[in-house]
Design a protein around this ligand. Structure first.
Ligand SMILES: C[S@@+](CC[C@H](N)C(=O)[O-])C[C@H]1O[C@@H](n2cnc3c(N)ncnc32)[C@H](O)[C@@H]1O
Length: 280
């Protein structure tokens, strides 16, 4: 099921570092994908998720002496794929994993993930996906039962399965992401993974997990944390979180500590953070 998107074409002066600051703020308002332009940034969000308040990000930039202007247009679902496809370049994580579309050439790395270039978030281009993939490459997933919460394209779950996970369940609130996930799971011949539509409320029916991957955003992570941790195995269950900024790391650490989770380490890219926690 495809949904209409909104494209915001932003012009920023000076472009750097304005683009980076704007990108970080727009992520907080649910913008899912971005493309650099010569004079700024294209930002995309499902039409139903667009909040009037997103323009506050422009006001913030203006108080920092940037000049920002924008144009907004609706993208019909049938036009989205072509748009996304033209933006999609392969990426490499830690010289070990390539994420690419079927039409790109292979780098013959140990892990290769094929992603059908549709509109779901999770091609590895975003800092948060990149850092989560890096965590999956560094950690042991052998024989683990894994939850990929907010799975998007299922790129994280697919890598976890390639790293030896015995079963992976992807969950996403957006039915379109679930459809795209199924395609990607099949294209990568991952028999151990399936994707379901829903939010944290579906978790109680899914059994226990050894590892949870959740790259969503600060507010959803905080509000749904308790439900995630109810299905994470104690002790030693691993929780990998991303989708938030460095300034929010402390509040997420506090929320995890409250539930007997120990903070292990974090990664940073352009002010975005991914963090690892383990149940005591
Ligand atoms: C930042 S993307 C991450 C996608 C992919 N896991 C990755 O790492 O690239 C967040 C995803 O979470 C989904 N999402 C948003 N709110 C959610 C919720 N409350 N429960 C489950 N999924 C949610 C969105 O539809 C989106 O696909």
């Amino acid at each position: 099921m495809a949904v209409p998107y909104v494209e915001i074409d932003l012009i920023i002066e000076p472009v750097e570092p304005g683009r980076e600051i704007l990108l970080a703020h727009l992520g907080q308002y649910g913008f899912e994908s971005f493309k650099d332009t010569e004079r700024g940034l294209l930002a995309y969000i499902p039409e139903s998720d667009l909040q009037v308040g997103w323009t506050d990000t422009i006001a913030i930039l203006e108080t920092l002496n940037f000049r920002v202007s924008y144009r907004q247009k609706r993208i019909e679902p049938e036009n989205w794929n072509a748009q996304w496809e033209s933006n999609f370049e392969p990426i490499v994580v830690d010289d070990l994993c390539q994420v690419r579309a079927p039409f790109h050439t292979s780098d013959d790395l140990p892990y290769e993930i094929l992603i059908e270039p549709k509109m779901s978030f999770g091609t590895g281009h975003h800092e948060t996906t990149h850092m989560m993939l890096s965590f999956i490459l560094e950690n042991d997933f052998d024989g683990k039962r894994v939850l990929d919460m907010g799975c998007g394209t299922s790129v994280l779950g697919i890598l976890a399965a390639m790293r030896g996970a015995s079963a992976v369940i992807g969950v996403d609130i957006d039915p379109w992401c679930v459809e795209n996930s199924q395609e990607n799971i099949e294209a990568n011949q991952i028999n151990e993974m399936k994707a379901l539509q829903g939010g944290a409320d579906v978790l109680s029916d899914l059994g226990y997990f050894d590892s949870i991957l959740a790259n969503i955003n600060r507010n959803i992570l905080l509000s749904d944390m308790e439900q995630y941790l109810r299905v994470l195995r104690r002790p030693h269950g691993q929780l990998f979180l991303s989708g938030f900024y460095l300034q929010d790391l402390d509040v997420l650490k506090k929320a995890c500590n409250k539930h007997d989770m120990e903070f292990i380490e974090h990664k940073e890219r352009n002010n975005w953070v991914a963090a690892k926690f383990v149940f005591l």
